[in-house]
Design a protein around this ligand. Sequence first.
Ligand SMILES: NC(=O)c1ccc[n+]([C@@H]2O[C@H](COP(=O)([O-])OP(=O)(O)OC[C@H]3O[C@@H](n4cnc5c(N)ncnc54)[C@H](OP(=O)(O)O)[C@@H]3O)[C@@H](O)[C@H]2O)c1
Length: 274
Amino acid sequence: MTTIDRKGAKVPALGFGTWRLTGDPCTRMVTAALDMGYRHIDTAQAYENEVEVGAGLAASGVPREDIFLTTKVWMSNLAHDRLVRSAEQSLRDLKTDYVDLLLLHWPSDDVPMAESLEALRQLRERGLVRHIGVSNYTVALLGEATDTHGADLLCNQVEYHPLLSQRPLLAAMRARDMVLTAYSPLGRGQALRAEAIRETAEKHGRTPAQVALRWLIEQDGVAAIPKAGSESHARANLAVFDFALDDADRAAIGAINGDNRLIDPSWSPAWDAA
Ligand SMILES: NC(=O)c1ccc[n+]([C@@H]2O[C@H](COP(=O)([O-])OP(=O)(O)OC[C@H]3O[C@@H](n4cnc5c(N)ncnc54)[C@H](OP(=O)(O)O)[C@@H]3O)[C@@H](O)[C@H]2O)c1
């Protein structure tokens, strides 16, 4: 598995997303994903599946140190003490001594950013989290966290797929040596219908999902975490390390209208222009 090496971390370029996976199917899919070679698992307290993800990790038999495990703190837990308790509960639920990456799930004006970042820093100092980061942060918020508050962030996890260009954010993150983890990398299925994706897939004898994922992980500092509800989808999504896109493919995919944001709840920040 290709890794993205940043700030002492080795982030597997392809991870397994678990949003909307719950109960036994979640445990089974996490175990299956690890058995077939995934080494990067993404969960969140808000997904209400950390217990099942933890059970899936335990059942797989893959050594904990070989897995890059991410979880997230929900917006209602951004105040210092609540954040610490949230992270400690996540570790209990996941049945692990540490997570590799803890993210602030969404920005919020309710708690000063510096307070949440300080809580993350303390958790890292205690060894409960190896790396810290954010999710759904814009260029401006990223600047505030890193330049104003001096936070040493590994990652910003954001929506990114062929239907949503993230050029300004990518530039801001590369300037800070950060990993951009692409969530909803298949555009929740919608990116697979784009003509340029389908034509490129046909040209390479691959599936549209493989082309969309390959397009992401070929980019400097970008990881992708597709969710799959079946072993066949999970296995297909992992098979993206034995082919490459060429300049014509990248031009065709880059020409897709990149202004199609799919995850835009009422609490979203003022997004960067596409
Ligand atoms: N930080 C955040 O705020 C945030 C927000 C959204 C998502 N995320 C993370 O990102 C992960 C992925 O995002 P997502 O779940 O929104 O969307 P996604 O991964 O872009 O798409 C998932 C959809 O694509 C389908 N699919 C998967 N593999 C496929 C394949 N090979 N061929 C055809 N269809 C395929 C899945 O169907 P099946 O289930 O039937 O396989 C599912 O309907 C989440 O699970 C979560 O971990 C984070």
